[in-house]
Design a protein around this ligand. Structure first.
Ligand SMILES: [Cu+2]
Length: 127
């Protein structure tokens, strides 16, 4: 009985590992927290004051955004818009087909809807 339980536990562990591996290959999840209008996150590199997120062409990227001020984010070039509230996460999905450097702009924070500001660049490195 004990051996059977062990065998089941081991195969479940293998199955879960295999699934996680497949997901990680298909989609890259990046967390970005916008704090007082500045993008922060473990995967953000700095380039002349503005943060950069580097991905590889062909990658499926899912950016999970939070912000302490409500805003609308606009990924130029790819033309993806995502609304972020000041409580909770908003997801921006990008299939990085085109290589290059693309601004992710805020179309205003909170009550100030007019000021546009680049908060981070998405760099898609050619394969
Ligand atoms: Cu824009």
């Amino acid at each position: 009985m004990r051996k059977l339980v062990m065998a089941i536990a081991v195969s479940v562990t293998f199955a879960v590992t295999a699934m996680t591996g497949a997901n990680a290959q298909d989609k890259r999840v990046v967390k970005i927290d916008v704090v007082d209008q500045a993008a922060t996150g473990a995967e953000i590199e700095s380039s002349g004051g503005t943060g950069v997120l580097r991905v590889t062409q062909g990658e499926e990227v899912e950016i999970h955004w939070t912000s302490n001020q409500a805003t609308e984010l606009h990924l130029h070039g790819y033309n993806v818009k995502t609304k972020v509230s000041n409580d909770g996460e908003a997801v921006m999905s990008v299939k990085a087909r085109a290589a290059g450097r693309f601004a992710i702009e805020s179309h205003g924070f909170g009550a100030d809807h007019h000021a546009e500001k680049t908060i981070i660049y998405l760099e898609v490195l050619p394969r």
